[in-house]
Design a protein around this ligand. Structure first.
Ligand SMILES: [Zn+2]
Length: 458
């Protein structure tokens, strides 16, 4: 039954609160409830606004408000919900496609009650408001979704951030993530090798883990044992053993990895390599016949080698275990529904002129003169209902794939700089993510603005 085990407001409670005159809520069937409810709450935002202006302090209304905020965020496919106390009101923002958007504000007088409602749902302590707390909400009527909740004390009251976790086990394919056919071929060739390491690099929020999940999905079959060590587990993958880092129980990347190695592994994903101990254990696992997938925080693919050497890995070991390094950034996709062909904004054009790296890729792609860029037309969303008027819907990756060719292995043995590695790789046909970005701009999949934004520090 819909809403049955939920700690969120049940459908019958909802109807009782809102439709007493219209329907005899006691006698109607569950399927009728479902359809009435879906019509009634088709637009959560309107419902929330109604609650805020009516009498928000009534306790039933607080429960409804919190319920709708969660449902509205899920409907909008937000990845995070921020509930922030300001001086005179509380601001709700959703993160969508990597960007925060203001959604609405509610009066400060109900802030404490809203926080308390979230604490009840998340099994957090209601009377603790001076220390940070964590919790989890698992709405039973919304399958495959759970929310990780964090409460922190701030100057004007407690702030909550809810991260939406997808438990559906559905993984995006490499193609969905924006890898080209050629890149996909390289990836598949390298994960099918019997042992070694595949590394994805990039800053937090660049989609590294999602790429590894897609690779695990491509690798998965009944004849191999796949284990992952994550901090935290953000998606559940069926048929994969997922373990979460827990410092209180002494489960770190290093101790977890040691335990996995006693469990007859074939493929191991180590969420992140942050220290020499984890790197050396991962390198050992890769050398002894295992496929290790991992991530590292570096700006680009060539820097990953330099960073590993700084961690004290033997250079010869490094050259023999790394199969492939991927570096990536996420850009927003142009909304299909409102895309149009327009010239560049003059401000963007002037910013573009400062970026020699991007200009040189345009030149390689047949743009002869710089002035041509000011008259060329590019795809851009003008904003519509589907994309919350942002002109963007969904995201895709900009990727660079670096294979350790003979030239690069020699440079690693010489402890060369990342610039030297990059120069040499280019001679072997390596294309960096700026180049991938320009290709995607020319294909109308993203915009120059997005490429400029995410490749500033490459
Ligand atoms: Zn649109």
């Amino acid at each position: 039954m819909l809403f049955a085990r939920s700690k969120l407001l049940s459908a019958r409670e909802y109807l009782k609160a809102h439709f007493t005159e219209k329907v005899n809520w006691v006698q109607i069937s569950d399927s009728e409830i479902t359809s009435i409810l879906s019509e009634a709450i088709a637009d959560y935002k309107k419902e929330i606004e109604k609650l805020i202006v009516s009498d928000p302090e009534v306790s039933g209304n607080i429960a409804l408000l919190v319920d709708y905020v969660i449902r509205y965020a899920l409907k909008e496919k937000a990845s995070d919900i921020h509930i922030e106390p300001l001086r005179t009101e509380t601001l709700i923002r959703f993160r969508k496609d990597g960007m925060l958007h203001n959604v609405f504000t509610f009066p400060q007088k109900i802030h404490t009650a809203v926080i308390a409602r979230f604490k009840i749902l998340a099994n957090a302590k209601i009377d603790e408001y001076r220390r940070p707390q964590d919790g989890r909400i698992e709405p039973a009527d919304i399958p495959d979704v759970s929310l990780r909740v964090s409460f922190i004390p701030t100057l004007h009251g407690e702030k909550i951030v809810l991260r939406v976790l997808d438990d559906s086990g559905q993984t995006l394919t490499l193609n969905d993530l924006g890898f080209s056919e050629e890149q996909e071929k390289t990836l598949l060739q390298n994960i099918e090798k019997p042992f070694g390491m595949i590394v994805t690099s990039g800053p937090t929020g660049s989609g590294k883990t999602t790429t590894l999940y897609a690779l695990l999905h491509a690798l998965k079959n009944d004849s191999i044992n796949i284990s992952t060590l994550e901090d935290p587990v953000e998606y559940s993958l069926s048929g994969v053993n997922q373990m979460q880092i827990n410092p209180r129980l002494d489960i770190s990347f290093a101790t977890g990895l040691r335990a996995f190695l006693r469990q007859d592994p074939d493929v191991i994903m180590v969420g992140e390599i942050r220290d020499a101990e984890t790197m050396n254990m991962s390198a050992n696992a890769a050398m002894t016949g295992h496929m290790v997938l991992t991530t590292i925080h570096t700006n680009d693919a060539p820097s990953a080698f330099v960073r590993f050497l700084e961690m004290g890995v033997d250079d010869f070991v490094l050259t023999s275990i790394i199969n492939l390094v991927i570096a990536q950034r996420l850009v927003r996709r142009v909304c299909d529904k409102c895309t149009e062909s327009v010239p560049l904004d003059p401000i963007i054009y002037s910013k573009l002129l400062e970026r020699e790296d991007i200009i040189s890729v345009f030149k390689e792609n047949g743009v002869k003169k710089l002035e041509d860029l000011s008259t060329m037309k590019f795809s851009k969303g003008k904003g519509c209902d589907v994309c919350m008027n942002t002109g963007y819907k969904g995201r895709l990756g900009l990727y660079e794939l670096l294979l350790p060719t003979k030239n690069i292995r020699d440079l690693i043995l010489k402890h060369a700089s990342s610039e030297e590695i990059k120069e040499s790789a280019k001679k072997d046909g390596y294309k960096d993510m700026v180049s991938d970005g320009v290709t995607k701009v020319l294909a109308g999949r993203t915009t120059i603005e997005e490429v400029l934004r995410v490749t500033r520090h490459v």
